[in-house]
Write a protein that binds this ligand. Structure first.
Ligand SMILES: Nc1ncnc2c1ncn2[C@@H]1O[C@H](COP(=O)(O)OP(=O)(O)OP(=O)(O)O)[C@@H](O)[C@H]1O
Ligand SMILES: [Mg+2]
Length: 322
């Protein structure tokens, strides 16, 4: 482990809850310093459970977790002051205003100078766009406002690492854009951000790296660019002779063929074994179409997205409703 380069590292991290349910299963996670790391997975895949273990809120059943080079939960007292965290459903005092909630959080931090408290609180409110609602009681806050207030609490002090569990949960599209801009700004300032999400779009827009979870297991991790390029885009052929094109492509192993107007798309067959390359396969397909007198106006693969990679990995789509 290289603590200076790796801010979160887990090995075989596992959590089995009381009822015997295996929520996180042998997780090996590596989060590089300076990354915006997306922890992606559908509901119930074990994201929050992992984050709770990282923050020392629950004990792993087995395996280990290092945060900022220190073992968790053992080194929590040393590590946690250097980490800002927003975890599912921030604990707020409903009877206090947003501003007073933050003052309370700040007062609970023994390293925070009381003389500069008001300025810190004001700045944190400003950064999450809550200044206008700062005087309102937190119990009157919407889900999105509560989420912003939790985020503001994590931003009271400059941190090396921010761990944000579904930070845009409950926000409208404008609020989501604001939080994404905030995350980019923090990352530009040198903070490593680890954020969970079940929204692929979000990860693709804001993250440099991502890990994909499914049912407690890590399916893959790497840079977002690597993950997206690991999935091949669909084949797309533009031609007036769509029926004939479909016949030829099917004959050559292309599946899931769809025709819309003058365009046929489909899933390419796996690259042929024994040294065959994707490019050669594509050229062969094109040649086969031409031999069958299909008039090809355009031929190529569509750019693969992270979503293609995810679907290829899990065979399932994503809930994008938020
Ligand atoms: N305290 C608990 N006791 C027993 N099972 C739990 C507990 N907390 C979570 N689980 C189960 O562990 C699994 C993983 O849950 P977890 O909350 O970590 O998932 P998640 O990825 O954060 O999901 P979501 O996207 O809905 O927030 C789920 O099947 C959940 O029902
Ligand atoms: Mg969760």
């Amino acid at each position: 482990m290289e603590p200076r380069e790796t801010v979160i590292a887990t090995r075989g991290l596992t959590k089995r809850y009381g009822g015997g349910h295996l929520a996180v299963d042998g997780l090996d996670l590596t989060v590089p310093r300076g990354s915006v790391f997306g922890f992606l997975g559908p509901n119930g895949s074990g994201k929050t459970t992992t984050i709770r273990m990282l923050m020392g809120l629950i004990e792993p059943t087995s395996g280990e977790a290092h945060v900022l080079g220190q073992p968790m939960p053992r080194a929590g007292r040393r590590v946690l002051p250097r980490v800002g965290a927003l975890i599912e459903g921030p604990a707020l005092y409903g009877f206090l205003s947003g501003r007073d909630n933050l003052a309370r959080f700040d007062a609970a931090d023994p390293t925070a100078d009381p003389r500069t408290r008001a300025a810190r609180v004001g700045e944190a409110l400003e950064r999450v766009g809550l200044t206008g609602a700062a005087h309102k009681k937190a119990r009157a806050y919407s889900l999105g406002m509560k989420q912003r207030l939790g985020l503001a609490a994590a931003l009271l002090q400059p941190r090396e690492l921010l761990v944000l569990d579904e930070p845009t949960n409950g926000l409208d599209p404008q609020g989501m854009r604001e939080i994404r801009a905030l995350v980019r700004g923090l990352a530009a300032g040198g903070t490593t951000v680890f954020l969970s999400s079940h929204l692929l779009d979000e990860i693709e827009q804001v993250c440099t790296h991502a890990a994909v979870m499914s049912r407690g297991r890590l399916l893959t991790q790497g840079t977002v660019a690597e993950l997206a390029s690991s999935a091949r885009g669909r084949l797309s052929v533009t031609t007036p002779d769509t029926a004939e094109a479909v016949r030829v492509l099917k004959e050559h192993g292309v599946t899931d063929l769809l025709t819309a107007d003058d365009r046929v798309t489909g899933e390419l067959p796996a690259p042929s074994a024994a040294g065959g390359t994707d490019l050669a396969d594509l050229a062969d397909l094109n040649a086969a179409l031409v031999r069958a007198d299909v008039r090809v106006r355009a031929f190529g693969t569509e750019r693969a997205s992270l979503e293609d990679a995810f679907v290829a990995l899990t065979g399932e789509g994503f809930d994008v409703a938020g």
